[in-house]
Write a protein of this length. Structure first.
Length: 266
């Protein structure tokens, strides 16, 4: 169990990528951890390393959060804790034509990328509000700002997560509880292995390491910034595309994973 004298961070998707780096950064700050993911072996290895290196306590929760019963169990577990920071990092996206997508896969993607972070935020917020302190970081994506063909489900879920966080900012004003939605561009993580989005096709200036992404997020949290894009070039790209009419957006983004090349609309 977590040491009552220390602050506690709860991180989903902690077995790799952005979630793993968040766990490492909180451990370096001396915070106890609850780390959550499907891959128990990865979580156990991470827990042992962080406990040894940082002298903290790490609790492992192995759960597939797309399973409704597993989500309810995790909600109950973390809702009973004095959570200081929640990072909703678990998520995935698949590159494919929406008309060809497996309906069950669409359901899981929407559930994990939007419903799960909403439910877990709801689980920890009452105690945060009562203590008048705490923070929630929801990991969204640049895709939340734009309609990316072949990532229709992912774009929709991440857009919803941005709006959820913005609305919570309004509801939580004056409570002492912070919220941030982190909206990275391409980050070198196992996301690419799952999505079919080839990392070698990403222009190198636009690719960011998970460490740089997380460091930028934590600096933005210290500044109480609600919507944060952690890469200056991605910020510029999102702003420029955002000024285009829908037809222009789809010309620029219509190449799917090759969105920076663009293509003519059919």
């Amino acid at each position: 169990m977590a040491n009552a004298q220390k602050k506690l961070a709860v991180v989903t998707g902690a077995s790799s990528g952005i979630g793993e780096v968040f766990a490492e950064k909180f451990a370096m700050r001396g915070m106890d951890l609850v780390i959550i993911a499907r891959r128990g072996d990865k979580l156990e290895a991470l827990a042992k390393r962080l406990e040894k290196d940082s002298g903290i306590s790490v609790r492992v929760l192995v759960a597939d959060l797309t399973d409704r019963a597993a989500l309810q169990t995790v909600e109950s577990e973390i809702g009973n804790l004095e959570c200081d920071v929640l990072v909703n990092s678990a998520g995935f996206g698949i590159c494919e034509n929406f008309a060809d997508a497996d309906p069950a896969r669409i359901d899981k993607e929407l559930y994990l990328d939007l419903i799960v972070p909403a439910r877990l935020a709801r689980a920890v917020l009452p105690k945060m509000i009562a203590r008048e302190s705490g923070a929630i970081i929801n990991v969204s994506s640049m895709a939340g700002f734009m309609p990316i063909p072949k990532f229709a489900t992912y774009s929709a879920a991440k857009a919803g997560l941005i709006r959820l966080t913005q609305a919570l900012r309004g509801e939580l004003r004056g409570t002492g509880v912070q919220v941030q939605v982190l909206c990275p561009g391409p980050v070198a993580t196992p996301f690419f292995d799952v999505s079919g989005y080839k990392i070698e096709n990403v222009p190198k200036p636009m690719l960011q390491s998970a460490e740089d992404c997380v460091n930028s997020s934590l600096r933005a949290l210290d500044r109480r910034k609600t919507v944060h894009i952690p890469h200056p070039l991605i910020t510029l790209f999102v702003r420029c595309v955002g000024m285009l009419p829908l037809g222009g957006k789809l010309v620029v983004l219509g190449g799917g994973t090759n969105w920076w090349v663009g293509r003519k609309r059919a």
